[in-house]
Design a protein around this ligand. Structure first.
Ligand code: FE2
Length: 280
């Protein structure tokens, strides 16, 4: 459980394919602690009249000040399909609040004692160092719910688009808190796609708001994505340039995951990244 020493084969797999799956990395009890804590945070959360929805649609994200302010707090984002469709009325949740949240983010690793204790117990910087980061810095945490029936699709993207350093150094650690499979929207990735150039960069504009710079406008390769179907307790490590995707969850089961993204403190962290951090 939680091995701190990777094998040569694991390191080679990561560099060759851009991802690494380690099953039974985290004790199920730790995953249960995170799910229990997330439920408590949601219970205490009082949604505003205009709640924030998480979608990979760029327009929505760009116009959403709540999202931009969430880098150093714990914010709550709803699934797009969590509300009634009547736009003329105040938006009403169709199902209980706890079954409507898309994700929590983005600073549980800094602010919440339960998340901090679980993260600290896993020796994660040692893993990141073995995969090439000199000074692993955790920048962003998310608790993702992928709710039954309404868990939204997350379009094909590279995480370095959102956590950009020079040179690029983003690494995502994705912990399956529940079994993830093709029915409830498991991760899918383009094997070897981490060698592609970074296609887009999301950044703040000086005048306010954000933009998505196109760095490479070539099409994604037309190769099948690999389904990363993993049992609860697994860790999936994703290279920041690896294109990955997850389908909508149309099943009756949620697919909860916790993610922690590292960048290398030895790299330059531009001040116009959306996430403002102690690194700047
Ligand atoms: Fe991602």
């Amino acid at each position: 459980m939680a091995p701190t020493k990777l094998t040569e084969a694991q390191i080679q797999h990561y560099h060759q394919h851009g991802y690494l799956v380690i099953e039974a990395f985290m004790a199920r009890e730790l995953g249960e602690q995170l799910m229990h804590r997330a439920a408590e945070l949601i219970e205490d959360f009082q949604p505003s009249k205009h709640p924030s929805i998480f979608t990979t649609n760029e327009q929505t994200r760009t116009s959403d000040d709540y999202f931009l302010a969430s880098g150093d707090n714990i914010s709550f984002f709803f699934e797009a399909d969590a509300f009634t469709e009547d736009a003329s009325a105040d938006q009403q949740l169709v199902r209980p609040k706890a079954e409507s949240i898309n994700k929590l983010g983005h600073a549980m690793h800094l602010l919440d004692p339960v998340y901090k204790d679980v993260i600290d117990s896993l020796s994660l910087p040692k893993l990141a160092q073995q995969l090439g980061l000199q000074q692993p810095r955790p920048l962003q945490s998310m608790h993702i719910f992928k709710q039954p029936y309404i868990g939204g699709e997350v379009g094909l993207h590279q995480d370095s688009t959102f956590l950009y350093t020079q040179p690029l150094s983003c690494m995502g650690l994705w912990f399956a808190l529940e079994d993830a499979d093709r029915h409830n929207g498991c991760l899918q990735a383009l094997p070897g796609g981490h060698t592609l150039p970074l296609k887009q960069r999301f950044r703040r504009l000086e005048a306010g708001g954000t933009t998505m710079d196109i760095l490479d406008d070539s099409a994604w390769p037309e190769e099948p994505l690999t389904m990363l179907e993993v049992p609860a307790g697994s860790l999936v490590i994703l290279h920041g340039q690896l294109p990955h995707y997850s389908a909508a969850n149309t099943s009756a089961r949620s697919r909860q995951a916790f993610t922690l993204h590292y960048v290398d403190g030895a790299c330059d962290y531009p001040a116009d990244n959306w996430l403002r951090t102690q690194m700047v």
